[in-house]
Ligand binder design. Structure first.
Ligand SMILES: *[C@@H]1O[C@H](CO)[C@@H](O)[C@H](O)[C@H]1NC(C)=O
Ligand SMILES: *[C@@H]1O[C@H](CO)[C@@H](O)[C@H](O)[C@H]1NC(C)=O
Length: 361
């Protein structure tokens, strides 16, 4: 712990707690106790350096002053406890979160992994963001999250860039439900330039407005997903743009799933110039029959999928996969062009494709 006495505190953190925040205030949190966190939180530049977060506690960086910078340096780890987390929580407006060169946030997921994901041992989520007002998060290197990685809820005007999520070890050690980016009830969020190796969705958008997912690489997981939409308090996705992503060796490439019997809307969705390869189940899958984690085979139309552009999706699926599955009711205003997927087979049960859209199975 660096800030464990008042002398060091006054040296490293050149301000009195009661004084206004100054630009030069930089405070470091290190070691294995959070006892100085409440003081450090008031600094305008916070450095988290080689920190071990005590078991069952959140590294609570909520309510930061507008304009605060948080830098993760060295290795951040977490002691073991079965609990839901989050291990890190960050909130505020105009916040800049950066990873210093060589940083690692190591969730040491193997301690929790039991192959059961959402059930079995209670596993903590890694990072909750409630960031607004042109906040940025960039350059973090996340390893081996026990469970879902980023919860992006009630965020607005947030850009997340250059994040590495590496949970490759989970493939053989029982990692499951390790979604990289879960987005809900958020507006104007951009996620770009990230690389993800995991065992669930690369991104899953349950609700939100104007969400962009650009220039990312997604490996080994479940692909790029809207949904499942329906059955929550917020059931509208209005404006999703996925462009120039690569989805590799994943269960699905591009997916929209809406909940059977639910109401809501999925509209103004653009999948542009995405590349897929080694896809195991479906290259593109758009379905309105999702219920309790499964597809039922009977789609309903209470969550209509409208104004969908699917343009220049190219690549291949594996031999046992289907190229495109569409099973929807009440869909309209789709425009498909340049969809060219090789390998696998066509899916024979497609229905509900808007006529004149150019889409086919
Ligand atoms: C992301 O990485 C690219 C390539 O290394 C770099 O040019 C860019 O400045 C980075 N952006 C951020 C926000 O870190
Ligand atoms: C189609 O969507 C509209 C608008 O949400 C809704 O009013 C209607 O009931 C839906 N139709 C079906 C067949 O689900």
């Amino acid at each position: 712990m660096i800030l464990n006495n008042s002398l060091l505190l006054s040296t490293l953190c050149a301000f009195a707690v009661a004084s206004p925040l100054l630009k030069r205030d930089s405070c470091t949190l290190s070691g294995s106790s959070l006892s100085t966190l409440s003081t450090v939180k008031k600094c305008s530049s916070i450095v988290i350096k080689d920190l071990t977060v005590p078991a069952g506690t959140t590294l609570d960086l909520t309510g930061l002053a507008s304009g605060t910078t948080v830098t993760f340096e060295g290795t951040t780890t977490f002691q073991y406890k079965e609990w839901a987390g989050p291990l890190i929580s960050i909130s505020g407006s105009k916040i800049k979160v950066v990873g210093a060169s060589g940083n690692v946030i190591d969730g040491q997921g193997a301690k929790w992994w039991d192959g059961k994901g959402d059930s079995g041992k209670v596993k903590p989520k890694l990072i909750k963001l409630v960031l607004t007002g042109t906040s940025t998060v960039s350059g973090l290197n996340i390893k081996n999250a026990p469970h879902q990685v980023f919860s992006i809820n009630k965020c607005s005007d947030l850009t997340v860039s250059n994040i590495s999520v590496d949970i490759k070890a989970g493939d053989s050690a029982g990692g499951h439900n390790t979604d990289a980016f879960d987005v809900g009830s958020s507006t104007n969020v951009v996620i770009q330039g990230c690389t993800v190796y995991n065992q669930d969705d690369c991104i899953a958008v349950n609700s939100g407005t104007n969400i962009k997912f650009l220039n990312n690489y997604c490996y080994n997981g479940h692909g790029i997903s809207i949904g499942s939409v329906g059955g929550r308090s917020d059931n509208t996705v209005n404006g999703f743009w996925a462009e120039n992503n690569h989805v590799i060796n994943s269960d699905n490439g591009l997916r929209i799933k809406t909940v059977q019997g639910a109401t809501g809307a999925v509209k103004n969705v653009n999948f542009i110039s995405n590349k897929i390869s080694g896809i195991k189940n479906y290259g593109i899958v758009i379905e309105g029959d999702y219920l309790n984690g499964k597809t039922t085979g009977t789609a309903t139309g209470g969550v209509p999928i409208t104004n969908l552009v699917m343009k220049d999706t190219t690549g291949s699926v594996s031999s046992s996969a289907k190229r495109v599955k569409i099973l929807v009711v009440n869909a309209s205003s789709w425009q498909w062009s340049g969809v060219s997927i090789t390998g696998g087979a066509s899916y024979s049960g497609c229905s509900g494709i808007p006529s004149g859209s150019g889409a086919s199975c």
